[in-house]
Design a protein around this ligand. Structure first.
Ligand code: SF4
Length: 162
């Protein structure tokens, strides 16, 4: 199994709490006006990396993981497998950014499968009209930080509480 990866940042503090290994995945179909990184939209950008390669980088850094992009959920099977391996083999905390809303995710078994073992999903498109530079870990006020494990079996999602 492979994922199309734009780049990996080791030891970043901007994509979730603590120093994390952030993996930026190629491709996004949301095309939000004002997107911070339109260069990430091309699904053929970056390069293929095997899950074994990614696991080696993650294990070497001994740090929690953030999947960003682009939208990681454009590669749901690979994301599901990678998150499963991180949890099973390393037990690290995992965050995942996506332009899909939580409601769209739970309505789609493939998307939900991809994030089922994730700790926090930062969800929703970037909306310029709701841009707020004071927010921690997201760019616009519509975006929510969902505590996935507490939200799976309830109708209203529960927000992550640091
Ligand atoms: S979801 Fe994120 S990467 Fe995709 S267009 Fe919107 S802001 Fe850009």
């Amino acid at each position: 199994m492979k994922l199309r990866v734009l780049h990996i940042v080791e030891g970043t503090s901007v994509d979730g709490p603590g120093l994390r290994t952030s993996i930026y995945l190629a491709g996004c179909n949301h095309h939000c006006p004002g997107c911070h990184n339109p260069g990430s939209w091309d699904r053929q950008g970056g390069e293929d990396r095997t899950l074994d390669e990614l696991m080696q980088v993650i294990a070497y850094n001994e740090a929690p993981v953030t999947l960003s992009g682009g939208d990681p959920l454009l590669q749901p099977q690979g994301v599901q497998e990678l998150v499963c391996r991180v949890k099973r083999e390393l037990g690290y905390n995992v965050w995942c950014y996506t332009g899909y809303t939580w409601e769209e995710i739970v309505a789609d078994p493939v998307l939900l499968g991809a994030v089922r073992e994730v700790d926090v999903v930062v969800e929703g498109p970037f909306l310029e009209a709701q841009r707020d530079t004071t927010l921690r870990f997201c760019g616009s006020r519509n975006q929510r930080l969902i505590d996935v494990q507490r939200s799976l079996d309830v109708s209203d999602p529960i927000l992550w509480n640091q």
